[in-house]
Design a protein around this ligand. Structure first.
Ligand code: 5GP
Length: 203
């Protein structure tokens, strides 16, 4: 069977990365899609681990070459998902996890069948604001832009299969583990056709 796709969206500051890292040992083999971005690395972020950090020119050359499964402009910077590593991970039967915005979610849904998606958010806008200011990795201007964007993104919540309201991290991790393991059990039409053939003709 080919792998499965799990998309996480939600405002930055929702706790997506923390939830993934706390769930790592309980969701089987997975590949986290490392996006390419033109934004500046934050303190502590590592090129090739958190993102592939590139210049605007380099990103635009990637667009021309058709390197991206999807890309979007978020908070004034480009962010995109490279096709090749995702294809390889899916061919190896892995669960591929994406942390992308709501535009990316729409585009991937158009292109890949059998996607599972989760919108992750803090319980309120004021809680998001508190979290973004307390982690203090971004400028005031950048935080305000993220809050404005979050108000738009929340309107797309109905497009997602699941919602995690991250008020208690341990509960959110439990919910995430349940959804991630269920995502593996979703079959694409192609997989189902193969399954039927095998079911009819196998020993
Ligand atoms: P941050 O700058 O906080 O790391 O990410 C900003 C936003 O960009 C987040 O909502 C994140 O989900 C989104 N994002 C990160 N990588 C991608 C990507 O490859 N494609 C799209 N469409 N959005 C992305």
């Amino acid at each position: 069977m080919s792998g499965a796709v799990l998309i996480l969206s939600g405002p930055s500051g929702a706790g997506k990365s923390t939830i993934i890292s706390k769930s790592e040992d309980r969701i089987g083999e997975f590949y986290f899609s490392i996006s390419t971005t033109t934004r500046e690395p934050r303190d502590g972020e590592i090129d090739g681990v958190d993102y592939h950090f590139v210049s605007k020119d380099e990103f635009e050359r990637g667009i021309e070459r058709g390197d991206f499964l999807e890309y979007a402009e978020v908070y004034g910077n480009y962010y995109g998902t490279s096709i090749k590593p995702v294809e390889s991970a899916l061919a190896e039967g892995k669960l591929v996890i994406f942390d992308i915005d709501v535009q990316g979610h729409r585009l991937i849904r158009e292109r890949i069948e059998s996607v599972t998606s989760i919108f992750i958010t803090p319980p309120t806008l004021s809680e998001l604001k508190r979290r973004l200011y307390s982690r203090s990795t971004d400028s005031k201007e950048s935080i305000e832009r993220r809050l404005e964007s979050a108000k738009m993104e929340i309107k797309a919540i109905g497009e997602f299969d699941f919602v995690i309201i991250n008020s208690d991290i341990d509960i959110s991790v439990e919910h995430f583990v349940t959804i991630a393991n269920s995502a593996r059990l979703k079959f694409s039409k192609h997989d189902l056709e193969k399954l039927i053939l095998h079911w009819e003709n196998g020993d």
